[in-house]
Ligand binder design. Structure first.
Ligand code: ZN
Length: 150
């Protein structure tokens, strides 16, 4: 298990140092901002959402390694997905990071997002990991407001 944990940590560090899709999406038609006051994480999610599909996604912001890596991997994971598919993935991801992943059925759905399973041991980090997803949800709903984890 410790080898796996080390691998997971490496993936998270890699994504936090070289986040994917870390840019403002110029043709975005939806955006939302998220804020985690507990840790100081801030994120803006840009979406090109058309025909019920996330056709393009980017993000910008600053924060801890967990929030950045989570945002990076989230953008990779939801691109090309419908809103329902993205919501489903968020539910599974949320169950994973609060330590209820086993009850969520097939963990295979999560794919590489499984690297965040260790977060469940650090409750204070759960909000860091889920902030990008809450912000994505707000963008999908077209709410022009800032979401806060508090
Ligand atoms: Zn954080």
């Amino acid at each position: 298990m410790s080898d796996l944990r080390e691998l997971y940590q490496q993936v998270i560090i890699d994504h936090s140092k070289k986040p994917r899709n870390f840019r403002k999406l110029e043709d975005a038609n939806r955006t939302a901002e998220g804020h985690n006051p507990l840790c100081g994480d801030e994120i803006t999610v840009y979406l090109l959402f058309r025909d019920d599909v996330i056709q393009g996604i980017g993000f910008q912001g600053s924060g801890c390694a967990i929030s950045k890596a989570s945002a990076s991997m989230m953008t990779d994971s939801v691109k090309g997905k419908t809103r329902n598919e993205a919501e489903h993935l968020f539910e599974k991801f949320h169950q994973l990071v609060i330590g209820e992943g086993d009850k969520a059925g097939d963990p295979g759905d999560l794919g590489k997002l499984a690297v965040f399973s260790g977060v469940s041991e650090f409750p204070v980090r759960v909000k860091c990991a889920t902030l990008p997803w809450h912000t994505l949800r707000a963008a999908l709903e077209g709410r022009g407001e800032t979401v806060s984890t508090e």
